[in-house]
Design a binder for this molecule. Sequence first.
Ligand code: RB5
Length: 178
Amino acid sequence: MDVYIGADHGGYQIKEQLKPFLRELGYNPIDIGNTEIDPADDYPDVGERLKEAVEQNTDKDNLRAVLICGSGIGMSIAANKIRGVRAVLGGAPENAYFARLHNDANVLCLSGLKSNSTSIERVIDGDYRNLIDAGMTPANLNEAKRIVKVFLETATEAVPGSRHRRRVEKIGKLEGGA
Ligand code: RB5
């Protein structure tokens, strides 16, 4: 199965490390960029490349993608603008599990960066600007792998006739589709 994978500068490092892991799991990663660490790149541009891939994909039920930016938040907002995409921010394996089980999510977004103990202490002093100023480091790769594995290996319960499918179809109606 093909799995699109993309990242901005905040997620580039994790993206590169997840590609061989996807192959180990038996998936075919298709890299939609960025192809280098460019601190000036913009996560919606990766979203644009996912949109093109989704439009060309003929097997809509088997669409899967993993997108990574610094927080994972920008990527999830951008991806959810694409018709037919149900993107989730997978902060923990259980998020990925329920996103597949109940929501038939097809795009997993991850945080590529985490705060460190110094930055967290400064935030306790009350100023969140310090979190970025104190520096963020790449997220935990093993945790990212756990989340990706659960996401890709969990079958959805949103099958035709189920209450979960009814709800997913109502989400589709919100974007003007089925
Ligand atoms: C880029 O600096 C950062 O804003 C981006 O990676 C992401 O965290 C946005 O949501």
